[in-house]
Design a binder for this molecule. Structure first.
Ligand code: BJW
Ligand code: ZN
Length: 249
């Protein structure tokens, strides 16, 4: 793991508003596969690019519903890791100093909330919410796997996962809150995301345009690695706790 540069530590200390964008890499150390490596391992038979679309659900609702239900059950057994905990601790430290801290997550697993992060903005919805296509009723589902796929609403309608698929708009309230948090922050942090999926991928560019200090934490280089102020290469579960400990003690 790379060491924490002194200048970065100083920037964290000076920040009055930190906005953090998280992606699947933050939950990888909780045992949840990321999207761009999901073609290996136990989900090798599924290609997220093929399944995370409205067209895929129309074509084969049973298959897509099973994939999401399997992920929901897998998530139920997952625990937040050291990266989630470090972000929650960073928020607590920041808020005690009267400063702001916002987590914008592309993840649908709710592990940030489980770790204690507050006011998390869910850009891509949630695995726990399922929505009826006929009456729009939304319900949280924390029970065992559904007996039939796709699950049905009390009204008889088909229910779909309450997530945002390719080609769909992000929830307006989440997008508006995210834009406000990107515009207002003086330190923007991108963690565990390939920075490929819009509109979240553009938040970094927006921050750069405003002259905001920027940090990336990722195992691998990404399209934003060369433009951020600091790009730390390594596991989020190692780097974030080290960063937070180095400033908040
Ligand atoms: C670690 C690690 C460790 C691993 N520590 N790091 C403009 C231009 C071109 C295209 C578009 C555009 N605007 C919109 C689009 C279309 C599309 C898009 O962006 N396509 C791109 C592929 C180009 N976007 C949309 O359709 C969005 N809607 C929208 O913009 O509406 C308006 C509009 C529509 C159409 C046209 C124009 C405008 C909606 C996007 C919804 C994305 N949905 C998904 C599925 C959610 C439900 C589910 O969970 O199944 O969201 S797709 C998937 O990608 C998921 C993720 O949230 C998202 C981002 O992935 P993420 O989190 O970055 O994961 P990975 O796997 O890519 O990366 C993991 C990273 O972690 C890697 O870098 C690893 O190295 C790292 N890592 N372990 C630190 N321990
Ligand atoms: Zn219904």
């Amino acid at each position: 793991m790379e060491s924490i540069p002194d200048e970065l530590r100083a920037a964290v200390h000076a920040a009055r508003h930190v906005t953090v964008l998280t992606g699947a890499g933050v939950s990888a150390e909780s045992g949840l596969p990321t999207f761009r490596d999901a073609l290996t391992g136990s989900w090798a038979k599924f290609d997220p690019q093929e399944l995370a679309t409205p067209a895929a659900f129309q074509r084969n609702p049973e298959r897509v519903s099973r994939w999401y239900d399997e992920r929901r059950c897998h998530c139920a057994a997952a625990r937040p890791n050291a990266a989630h905990a470090a972000l929650a601790a960073w928020q607590t430290w920041q808020e005690r100093r009267g400063a702001r801290f916002v987590v914008l997550t592309q993840n649908v697993d709710r592990l940030h909330q489980l770790a204690g992060s507050r006011n998390v903005i869910e850009l891509h919805g949630s695995l726990w919410v399922w929505r009826c296509l006929d009456c729009n009723a939304e319900n949280e589902e924390h029970g065992p796997a559904f007996p039939i796929h796709p699950p049905r609403c009390a009204c008889g309608g088909v229910r779909r996962p309450g997530v945002v698929w390719f080609g769909e708009n992000l929830p307006l309230a989440a997008l508006t809150a995210a834009q406000e948090a990107v515009e207002a922050c003086d330190l923007f942090v991108s963690v565990g995301t390939s920075a490929l999926v819009e509109p979240a991928a553009s938040f970094l560019g927006e921050a750069l345009t405003r002259g905001t200090r920027t940090l990336e934490v990722n195992l691998e280089p990404t399209p934003i690695s060369s433009v951020v102020d600091w790009s730390l290469r390594g596991r989020a579960g190692a780097i974030l706790p080290a960063l937070v400990a180095s400033v908040a003690g």
